[in-house]
Design a protein around this ligand. Structure first.
Ligand code: FAD
Length: 580
């Protein structure tokens, strides 16, 4: 049954409805998640998804609005002049912090779920997707806490991992601690090998001290910060860097004497969460990995962060769409509800298709990430390509969607009573941190030219598409054919990259990033549609995605959208829910 838009009123209500549940009302999320999580595990997790689906539009959204309005403040000295570097948070932020930990937003992958020893990351990211639609700010500390635990678990000496990992991933707020990442210095965040001036020194008792400045540190009050520093006599570039854990407190409970918080950044968005400037002055630190392997270990944390970033980006886009859907139902112009105007409906349809493509991509990447983390060799190459593609493309989607969300609400969408201005402010950091879009394209170039990852990626994507073909692909033929053409194009681009000069290859890299992203997203949507042969909507979304983003002939996409609007516009923009 199709959910019919509700009667419209004159002013759009900025508040989510009392009975909203962002999980239950999202059949595309449910369908896509079921492709990556087995039935028993999903069954065991259903109540968590349902609870968070209810909490997000209610308490989380309210706390997020309050925390955004009341930024954290830094108290550097006590009334008697001692250095304290204390950050005060609004109670709403403390609630957001608590809710993320106990609801599994970053902890689920560390605990059993039904029969599974650990929840698959696709599930954790589905929880994150619900959470980040309400609050993007705390999703950053959530990401870095999981990331610090992930790297320590894999690379730290056992006693160090045993001391910190259980507390990082604990679901108990009383024992939980958080993580941060000290990477960027004044000289830059993109070229870490050249710009890391922070130096490591080993004291006579064998312990380590770090000295330097870290120019951007989000969640700067975290108990655990993962920091890069040049090793004594460390060579130039990334090879000479070691990875350290900088604790906020020493094991006797006293503050780390060489760790100072100089200033909080005055930011455009993600204002609930503090980003600071850190000075390390002989700060105590624990060595995790030394020269040669320190940067590689840190890269694993960065790559997980890029996946989190993709989740946040698609979540922001989903929230913008949600606001547009609400406006479509509630607002009337020229004598009819907005959603009945063809152009407005077209905006919603295009955004819907892009959000579902982004979500399909991100959940698939999460599954490949798990396989890679478990040591499956054939997951390495696809992940090398999926990670920069997802980071680059979903972040751009997040910003574009957040901007569109403002416009869909008209003048109201520009007013801070509505969530749309905050979405736009929060979204703008997504293409910047964790490496800008150009840096992702350069990473893709390395993955193709140096790591020869393209064949592995194409094999992975083709296997997903083959599933679509095997499941019965009636009506999906055009989408499947376009994806196959896309694979040929990607293969040819990969070959060309190997034969052109460096500048040309760099300039081409962004095109390949876009193409690989869209082609794979289209394959995944075709696969989803094939698993739901009776779902015309899923088939139409797959068709539209391939026509708009994969077909080389741009007019095909435009024609497909016009046709879809006439046939299924409302069903695409307002998917039927099981309880409607
Ligand atoms: C709110 C916020 C929070 C942050 N939190 C953290 C944190 O917790 N920890 C941390 O370590 N860092 C953090 N950062 C830093 C962030 O990761 C960096 O700012 C980001 O990676 C970009 O690096 P940069 O600022 O040095 O820009 P630059 O490297 O100077 O880049 C400037 C521009 O040049 C382009 N560019 C650079 N090199 C090339 C090239 N070779 N080819 C083409 N174009 C190029 C970039 O795409 C960009 O457009 C944060 C940043 C922000 C804004």
């Amino acid at each position: 049954m199709v959910t019919r838009p509700m009667p419209s009123s004159s002013v759009i209500d900025p508040r989510p409805g009392d009975d909203e549940n962002w999980y239950r009302e999202d059949p595309p999320l449910q369908q896509l998640l079921a492709l990556h999580v087995d039935e028993a595990t999903l069954g065991a997790a259903e109540h968590r998804l349902d609870d968070l689906g209810e909490l997000a539009p209610a308490d989380l959204d309210r706390w997020a609005r309050e925390a955004d309005r009341h930024e954290p403040t830094l108290e550097r000295r006590s009334p008697t002049g001692e250095r304290v570097d204390r950050v005060d948070f609004h109670p709403a932020y403390e609630n957001l912090r608590l809710a993320a930990r106990i609801n599994g937003v970053f902890t689920a992958s560390w605990h059993e779920m039904g029969e599974a020893e650990r929840a698959p990351r696709a599930l954790t990211f589905a929880l994150g997707y619900l959470y980040a639609q309400a609050e993007a700010g705390y999703y950053c500390p959530a990401c870095m806490t999981d990331g610090a635990a992930f790297v320590l678990d894999r690379h730290a000496p056992e006693p160090l991992a045993e001391r910190f990992v259980p507390r990082l991933v604990s679901r108990d707020p009383d024992e939980g601690i958080e993580g941060a990442m000290y990477l960027t210095e004044k000289e830059g965040g993109s070229d870490v090998g050249a710009s890391t001036r922070t130096r490591a020194r080993q004291a006579e008792d064998g312990t380590w001290r770090l000295t330097g400045e870290k120019w951007f540190a989000s969640n700067c009050t975290a108990e655990v910060a993962m920091a890069l520093a040049r090793m004594p006599d460390g060579e130039e570039g990334t090879e000479g860097l070691g990875l350290f854990l900088v604790p906020r407190h020493l094991s006797n409970g006293s503050p780390n004497p060489g760790l100072h918080l100089e200033r909080l950044k005055d930011k455009l968005g993600v204002q609930s969460m503090p980003t600071g400037e850190i000075v390390l002055d002989e700060a105590h630190a624990h060595l995790v990995q030394g020269a040669g392997s320190g940067f590689k270990a840190m890269a694993e944390m960065v790559n997980l962060s890029r996946l989190y970033n993709a989740v946040a980006s698609v979540a922001v886009a989903r929230r913008a769409l949600r606001e547009g859907q609400r406006a479509g139902r509630q607002r009337e112009t020229f004598g009819q509800p907005l959603h009945e105007h063809a152009l407005f409906l077209r905006d919603l349809v295009e955004l819907t298709v892009d959000v579902e493509g982004g979500l399909a991509f991100t959940l698939d990447q999460a599954e490949v990430f798990d396989r890679w983390a478990e040591g499956e060799e054939d997951a390495r190459a696809p992940l090398r390509i999926l990670t920069p593609c997802a980071k680059a493309m979903t972040a751009k989607l997040g910003v574009a969607a957040a901007s569109e969300g403002c416009e869909l609400l008209g003048g109201q969408g520009y007013i801070e009573e509505y969530v749309t201005p905050r979405l736009l402010r929060d979204a703008q950091v997504l293409p910047i941190w964790e490496g800008t879009t150009n840096i992702q394209a350069l990473d893709l170039l390395r993955a193709v030219a140096r790591d020869r990852a393209l064949p592995g990626f194409l094999a992975h994507s083709s296997a997903r598409l083959a599933e679509a073909e095997a499941e019965g692909h009636e009506g999906l033929e055009p989408a499947i054919a376009r994806v196959r053409e896309g694979y040929e194009r990607i293969e040819q681009a990969g070959e060309r990259l190997a034969s052109v000069d460096r500048d040309t290859a760099e300039a081409m890299a962004i095109d390949l990033t876009r193409d690989a992203y869209h082609v794979h997203a289209a394959a995944l949507l075709a696969r989803r549609a094939a698993h739901h042969p009776d779902d015309d909507r899923a088939r139409e979304v797959a068709h539209l995605y391939a026509a708009r983003h994969v077909a080389e002939d741009r007019s095909l996409g435009r024609r497909a959208v016009r046709q879809a609007l006439a046939d299924h516009g409302t069903e695409i923009a307002y998917p039927a829910t099981s309880h409607s």
